[in-house]
Design a protein around this ligand. Sequence first.
Ligand SMILES: NC(=O)c1ccc[n+]([C@@H]2O[C@H](COP(=O)([O-])OP(=O)(O)OC[C@H]3O[C@@H](n4cnc5c(N)ncnc54)[C@H](OP(=O)(O)O)[C@@H]3O)[C@@H](O)[C@H]2O)c1
Length: 361
Amino acid sequence: MLRLQRTLAASKRAYHDLATLPGSRPVVSSGPPGYSAVSGHRVTVFGCTGFLGRYLVSKLGKMGTQVIVPYREEDEARIFKPMGDLGQIVRMEWDIRDENMIAECLRHSDTVYNLVGRDYETKNFDFRSTNAVGPGRIAKIAAECGVSQFIQVSHLDASKTSPSKFYQAKAEGEELVKEAFPTATIVRPGPLFGYEDKLLTNIAVWPIWWQLNNGETKIRPVHVLDVAQALANLLASPQYSRTLNLPGPSTLTYEYLLELVSSVTLNPPSRAPVLPKAVALALSKVAQSVWWPALSPDEVTRRYINDSDAPGDWDAVGVQPAEIESHALTYLRRYRSAENFVRPTVFPARPAVVSPLTRIC
Ligand SMILES: NC(=O)c1ccc[n+]([C@@H]2O[C@H](COP(=O)([O-])OP(=O)(O)OC[C@H]3O[C@@H](n4cnc5c(N)ncnc54)[C@H](OP(=O)(O)O)[C@@H]3O)[C@@H](O)[C@H]2O)c1
């Protein structure tokens, strides 16, 4: 009976199953909704192996979209295998400096997401090459190959006048993408939290680095799954030539986040002294001698920059962003001791929201 229903549903077609993208490329969806559906879209997600990228690919796969997942390290790409039906997830090796490889990855796609970004420099890639020049190159090749939709993931605080080189590079990346692909959509999420984040988990392990600026820096954290859903929704309702800000629903302070983490992990708050900025910068320079990513001087600079107060464009992407308290326990419970594991959580009182935001440097 179920099979019969499915066959009948699959054979029905409606006007909303056909979408025509710029360049007159038709996209036809078919089948019942879910893992085995066919959304008709073919999508490339550069930067898919990162924190946000993995959630986005999972959501796209669930919608029945064929996703091309470019990877640098084979082990990082294994996670994608069960995220779509057979043949729906296509893994391809790539190098951001190789134009032919980029073209191979995107030439069959109607939509390209670029999530490539790094908030620290490495021996081979500085801020500009990863966050500006690379995205510009991908956008140029996408335009040449006739891709219909380009979605560039930037940062809420991207600004050419920012004291942070990372935020400057993100702003330059937006410009280069727009130059090469004028109808591109720029998405600017706030700081992300989730299982593999560098926010809640980092505060739980290294509170001292979040006490900088006396914890007064303002932050608008947003749930990674909300941003992934917003990006996935852009397939169904594209927002051409728009810049979409996706900050979290509340403006908080680092001080509040430190208290929140302590209230959830039930570990006492850090008693370490607040480091002066000059000392933190000097220590971060010394930390650059290790071969794993450690707190960089640019990150110290960013810890003194308030998040932009730009209003959120959540209505345009059809998502209601969640408050950090509704997910904090899920992501932080692993830092509790065994005897505290099932204890109830009492959240600290919310600070009065300070607005409009001002930059502290
Ligand atoms: N996380 C946040 O709080 C946050 C907030 C706002 C905006 N964003 C932006 O959102 C995007 C995704 O963030 P995320 O947290 O998922 O970042 P992430 O975990 O660091 O992942 C970054 C992705 O970019 C790729 N990548 C980095 N450098 C590359 C290079 N030189 N060549 C090729 N690929 C490179 C990485 O590939 P490998 O796996 O091969 O290294 C990875 O797939 C980024 O553009 C980021 O700037 C993040």
